[in-house]
Every structure is written in C-alpha cells, then in structure tokens.
Design a protein around this ligand. Structure first.
Ligand code: MF3
Ligand code: CO
Ligand code: CO
Length: 284
C-alpha cells in the first residue's frame, strides 16, 4: 500500500493519514514477539456501523427478557420470545443451526457455564441464569449476554454474578491500542482469584463481525503468552465465565451444554466492543 492510496481499513482517508503510523509501530511489536492483527480483523466504519445496528436488536432482547425470567417459566418460552423478537425486526438468531445448535439463544442455569439449550426445563426460585443473544442483521453479528435472577436469590449467588460483571468491566478497562489481548485475561484472573473464584479456561471471547467466531481468541485467564496487539477497528467480545469452585468443566451428552465439574455455580457477562483510537466503544 502506497502512502497516498486510500487506507485499506475503509475510512476513506489516505493511508499516510490513517493506518500507516499504526502499521509502522506494529512492526516493532512483531519483532518483540507479539502477534499482530491481519488486515481482515481491522473493520471499516461501515462494518462497525452494521454490527452496532445488529446490536440494537441484541440489546433490546436483553433489556426485555428480564421480565420473563421468573419461577414457572420454561427456557423454551424465553427462546420463543427471543426468536420472534429477532425475526420481527428483520434479524436472524445466530445460534439457530450454528454447527447444529438447535435453538435461537443459549440459556445457562446455575452450574451451566455456557451453551445451555432451551428446553421444557422450568425456572425455579433462587436460580441464576445467563441469557446469551447473538443477532445477525444484514450479515453482521452482535453478541452479548447478562445474568438474571429467578425471584429472590442467595447472597452467594448474587456475589458471583456481580463478580462476573466486574470481571467484564476490568477486561474492558485494559482495551486500548497497543495493549495486548493477553492483558485482558491477566487483569480478569487477578480480580476473580482475589474474590475467591476461578476463571473458565475452556472457552473465551472472540473476534466477531461478519462471522460469529473469528480471531483473536480472548482468554479470560493469564495464558503467559504475549498475545495479539490491539489496534483501532478490531471488534471482539469479552465474556468471562467465573466459577465458584473449580474452573474445570464437562460437556453433556447433547455435545453443547458446558457444566462445572463440581456442580458449583458459574456466571458470565458478555459485550461486543470495537477498539477506538483512545480505548474502546461497546457495540452491544
Ligand atoms: N453466543 C456464544 C458466544 O458468546 C456462542 C453460542 S454458539 C451456540 O460466543 F451455538 F451455542 F449458540
Ligand atoms: Co461470544
Ligand atoms: Co455470546
């Protein structure tokens, strides 16, 4: 790419006024042993706007669905709401048929870490529930999840949900150009361990945008690796799964549901974000 060409990122600016300086700096990080993002991970303002728009549906669902979370409701009923809400707004629920996943969202109760499949299971007073929504709109994916309480829950249950939310915020706080993706897990694991919790290792955050799961893989624990350098225009999720006991997990016979190996609680919060020149913007 020549200095006076239009920048590959799609900003409409000349390369010399846009990603040139960033690319020069990245070469130095590369020599130091860091991974640097391939160009396909630097999304254009148009692509970022597409993800933001898909995120309006995802956020709308997460805002509304809390009203449905109460004792006696089945997770299928919540799934039906998610499906209908998405379709009515011109979107597609990304989980449906994704590598054979049978439903339109993931609903993970108590000791389920993630990828819980909606079913005729009835919600019970005192449970904690993660609802994970990914919407496709005009080909763009927006992925986010939150925890919900079924009626009154114990202080112990509230504490792990609050810790997961705080871990997401701590992860976000280290997102800025030329920090490493690895810094996210270092910060999250330190906080979670101080609180007496463990961090799931078997799943992580991910690049997202024109596909559901893309590089970089975002670990929520310290992998002791240099990792990939963050630059403006990268879009990825942070979605820490925090366990009360062991971080180890089992996958059930349905090949999806991940549960804690000791049957203790797990909680998760998720955002999709874009790296900006000064830090980050939450897209959903
Ligand atoms: N939304 C999940 C994530 O945060 C992925 C769910 S994949 C599914 O990455 F197939 F289980 F829906
Ligand atoms: Co995700
Ligand atoms: Co998700």
């Amino acid at each position: 790419m020549n200095r006076n060409d239009l920048c590959y990122c799609g900003s409409g600016k000349k390369y010399k006024k846009c990603h040139l300086e960033i690319d020069a700096k990245l070469q130095i990080y590369k020599m130091k042993g860091y991974d640097i993002p391939p160009k396909r991970l630097i999304l254009s303002p148009k692509d970022i706007e597409g993800i933001r728009k898909a995120g309006v549906i995802t956020k709308g669902i997460l805002d509304e669905v809390g009203k449905l979370v109460k004792p006696g409701v089945t997770t299928d009923e919540i799934n039906d709401f998610v499906h209908k809400y998405t379709i009515e707004r011109g979107g597609i629920p990304a989980p449906l048929n994704y590598h054979g996943f049978p439903k339109s969202c993931c609903i993970s109760i108590d000791d389920v870490i993630c990828h819980g499949i909606p079913s005729d299971r009835v919600l019970e007073e005192g449970q904690i529930v993660n609802i994970d929504i990914t919407t496709i709109l005009d080909g763009y994916y927006a992925d986010a999840s939150r925890m919900y309480y079924v009626g009154e829950v114990s202080d112990k249950a509230k504490d792990i949900c609050e810790c997961a939310k705080k871990c997401l915020e701590i992860g976000l706080s280290v997102v800025k150009p030329f920090n490493s993706i690895s810094d996210i897990g270092v910060a999250i694991e330190k906080y979670a361990n101080e609180k007496g919790y463990s961090v799931v290792r078997g799943f992580g955050g991910h690049g997202v945008g024109k596909v559901f799961h893309e590089d970089p893989h975002v670990s929520h624990y310290d992998t002791k690796t240099k990792g990939m350098i963050m630059v403006p225009g990268m879009v990825f999720t942070i979605e820490p799964m925090i366990n009360e006991g062991t971080y180890k997990l089992n996958i059930l016979d349905d090949d999806w549901t991940a549960v804690t190996r000791d049957g203790k609680l797990s909680a998760q919060w998720e955002h999709t974000l874009v790296v900006t020149e000064t830090g980050y913007e939450i897209l959903v």
